[in-house]
Design a binder for this molecule. Structure first.
Ligand code: URA
Length: 233
């Protein structure tokens, strides 16, 4: 059971004091009945709450996909650079979304956000090994030896051992890389260890989720089925 005033705040209707005024004006209904008392308790999973006839969602469990552009840091705050939080449209700001893992400032592509702490933790824990697919433009051309070295598990220049990964050469200076871990500058360092400095990097896929035709800088909500699939990972 949840208090009506809290539910209205969580739905982005306004602050506690604004919600009080709104309630008094008689524009909020619960299951079709006008309610003015913010302390009223109800079950958000069963009741339908409307503001001027519009159904409200509360702070429901949400997963959002962003097509991150270069130039934004994956952080909730930063002194020097714009953050990915600035790309979240106003209508989702009240949901307390946090980025799932990180992409470098220069990297583009698929970045998830959620307000479900358990899901966030499960998706970034090294134990789960969710495969992530990156497209890279790079110096040189990937060879069969590079493919084998990725498959066997690279040892980086600083001695770090990587899990086996998949390198798919796409032609001169272009490859797809699939990794199941997310250490600092993982793909750039893996490619550099094979003398293929990365010039452009884009994450295209995480588990079963793909960027699809989501335009750069835009977000889309995951469907309940897609969220369910993440729960099953
Ligand atoms: N690997 C990188 O090097 N950078 C990223 O942003 C993601 C993976």
């Amino acid at each position: 059971m949840e208090r009506l005033d809290k539910f209205l705040c969580d739905s982005g209707v306004g602050t506690r004091s604004q919600v009080k005024v709104i309630l008094k004006s008689g524009v909020v209904t619960v299951d079709g009945v006008c309610v003015k008392d913010g302390s009223m308790k109800f079950d958000p999973a069963k009741a339908v709450v409307c503001l001027r006839g519009q159904v409200l969602g509360g702070k429901k469990r949400t997963v959002l996909m962003l097509h991150k552009p270069a130039g934004y840091v994956t952080a909730t705050e930063d002194k020097n650079d714009p953050t990915v939080m600035e790309l979240i449209p106003q209508e989702y700001r009240h949901l307390d979304l946090k980025p799932v893992g990180r992409l470098d400032k220069a990297t583009e592509g698929l970045l998830l956000f959620t307000n479900d702490g358990d899901l966030l933790h499960r998706l970034i824990t090294p134990k789960k090994e969710v495969p992530k697919v990156y497209y890279a433009r790079h110096e040189g051309t990937a060879t069969e030896e590079d493919v084998i070295a990725f498959r066997e598990g690279l040892v980086l220049r600083d001695g770090l051992h990587c899990l086996p990964a998949i390198l798919q050469p796409l032609g001169a200076g272009e490859s797809l890389i699939t990794v199941c871990e997310g250490k600092y500058h993982q793909v750039r360092r893996m490619m550099a260890s094979r003398n293929m400095t990365v010039e452009y990097l884009q994450r295209r896929q995480e588990g079963e989720l793909t960027l699809g035709d989501l335009p750069i800088g835009q977000v889309r909500l995951l469907t309940d089925e897609q969220i369910q699939a993440l729960d099953d990972i």
